[in-house]
Design a protein around this ligand. Sequence first.
Ligand SMILES: O=P(O)(O)OC[C@H]1O[C@H](O)[C@H](O)[C@@H](O)[C@@H]1O
Length: 549
Amino acid sequence: MNYPVTELSSWHALANHAPILKKSVLRDLFFDYPERGHWFAAHGAGLYLDYSKNAVNEETIRLLIQLAEERFLPQRRAAMFSGEIVNLSEERAALHTALRAPRDAMILAEGRNVVPGIHAMLDRMREFSEQVRNGTWTGASGKPIRHIVHIGIGGSYLGPEMAYQALRSFRQKGLDVRFVANVDGAAFIEATETIDPAETLFIVCSETFTTPETMANARAARQWIVTALGEQAVSRHFVAMSTNADAIREFGIASEQTFGFWNWVGGRYSMESAIGLSTMIAIGPAHFEQLLQGFRAMDEHFLHAPMEENLPILMGLLSIWNNNFLGADTLAILPYAHELRRLPAYLQQLHMESNGKCVGEHGESLTHQTCPIVWGEPGTDAQHSFYQLLHQGTRQIACDLIGFCEPLSGLAEHHDQLMANLFAQAEALAFGKSAEDLRTEGVSEKTIPHQVCPGNRSSNVILAEALTPYTLGSLVALYEHSVFVQGAIWGVDSFDQWGVQLGKALAQRILPALSANKMNFNLHDSSTQGLLNRYLRHKMSTVESGEER
Ligand SMILES: O=P(O)(O)OC[C@H]1O[C@H](O)[C@H](O)[C@@H](O)[C@@H]1O
């Protein structure tokens, strides 16, 4: 397993095969094989994946599957699902799939079945959610809760916010959820300035319960409640999610209002754990169960579908192909659904924290490219900003276009227009527009070079019937497993994130100097010191002149 992927025979074969596909034109591939759109497609767990507009042929898929086998993907997949230690650097299992396992499943972590604990937690979440939703959980002054403020960052925030937006039409009316992640005080102020503390419940989410941003916002929230309602109100207005029960107790939140989870669930894989309490309160336990079923259905598909029909395996392998062999080192996530506008941000963390690594899981330096840069915006908005570069820029950019057959709004005509754009964009990316086409249309010779769209831009289209809790669960699990597949091929530890520690540590070193207005202590390089001095000079001058806002 510790063998560099670049030395495998399938990797060499793919490298030799790539120039043929680089030279091929998608137009010709479709011309030579008119049924291509039908055959280069797969479906499972409510999702349809059309990958025919990637620069691949049957030989490419065969070699990619060979690569997965040579990389022991089926064995690695089994190891993850069965609770083996797959996060080697932290010596942990990665058992997010257990979070959605059925009640009667048995999954062992360190010799103990984790499923009963997960369902006990889900039962408590259900009970609490119902109380908040039906008004029997009241604030300290007896008023029902109308506002939830979810405090957390990274994996303790991006999933819940994405799901809250995505499942807008399933939310309970009269109960809103706001999110505070950034340590910029503006985020807290914006979330709380128009709401009544007596009707507000804070959900503090942090796996470690030590993350400085989350702790600063939680302290601000505590102060906000205490100022308005008194110290005794804290217990009615706070709940917390963490693996660190001691830290929660120290913060002053009682164990009855604490929902734990486990260190074998990584933050970016935790939106269906207790971290999803705000989602459950917003959409209700029944819809949350459908979300879990969607996750579960994709887990089953990933486990059992043959590789050539397996959506996460195909997507993961295509990403490797586009990135490592065709040079498309960024991936644009383009949801054609207003409700999925936070999906690109969610998928950025999922991909880039998981696979943005330059060492392999055994500490060896890697010589091949790993995670693509993930970015994106919803269509059609993005068509009017960066699609110019997708169509005519100098780079190859892999695109995932995601759409739904049914509208969520009552505006059916809008939906046809939205989906027409999705289908058209995938077509335009693949086939472009040639000089001959333009000439036939009578375009002047002078502007032809500017109007030519070269085409041959790879894209996947993911289509589902409707954006429901089930579909969302399935979609998220599809990407989780695709990321796992890519990490397994590259040989990285997809479940640690050591790279985020350094900046955090340096910030903690700088903070005391800023708080104490201390200048010129030359602990830093000239650039950092210059910036600190400039910041402090301005801070001190505004304090002295009383100009502070
Ligand atoms: O949930 P927490 O412990 O507060 O961590 C929040 C986030 O911060 C860390 O720095 C990591 O980058 C993320 O993986 C994590 O999700």
